[in-house]
Design a binder for this molecule. Structure first.
Ligand code: ZN
Length: 140
């Protein structure tokens, strides 16, 4: 994608517009598809400036980078939880209740799996739970 700054010779309005390529700009210009959104004039020219270019490749790499950063955060979070909490698997709802109602002091937190309905029930009972994104270690 290329961004051009366009200027209307009639009303002096300038605006940015995106094109797939410089060829596209020329084509649209020839077909009189380029108009000023302010006064509808066809006297729209691109101003002389270096265009900003985003290739789709760059775009994908940026996204991957962001994804990796997020993934690392989740993994760090997971590491912390695995170290400080006890894994109870699908007994999470049961264990969460017993922890809550027995009011065990100084007991470690727990983590495990529960369905959305189960989590809602726990919340209604006033049990503090937090859901976090989880990455399975065997999936990359
Ligand atoms: Zn204009």
């Amino acid at each position: 994608m290329i961004r051009y700054k366009l200027i209307c010779k009639k009303c002096d309005n300038s605006f940015d517009s995106w094109f797939f390529s410089s060829d596209e700009y020329e084509k649209l210009k020839k077909k009189n598809f380029l108009t000023c959104y302010n006064c509808n004039s066809l006297k729209v020219e691109k101003t002389l400036m270096s265009p900003s270019i985003i290739t789709s490749k760059n775009n994908i790499e940026t996204k991957n980078y962001e994804y990796k950063k997020i993934k690392k955060k989740i993994r760090d979070h997971q590491k912390f939880i695995k170290k400080n909490f006890d894994y109870v698997g699908d007994k999470f709802t049961y264990e969460a209740r017993s922890l809550h109602y027995k009011n065990k002091k100084n007991s470690r937190g727990i983590y495990g799996t529960a369905s959305k309905d189960e989590l809602n029930e726990l919340k209604e009972e006033g049990i503090e739970i937090e859901t976090i994104p989880w990455i399975n270690d065997n999936i990359n």
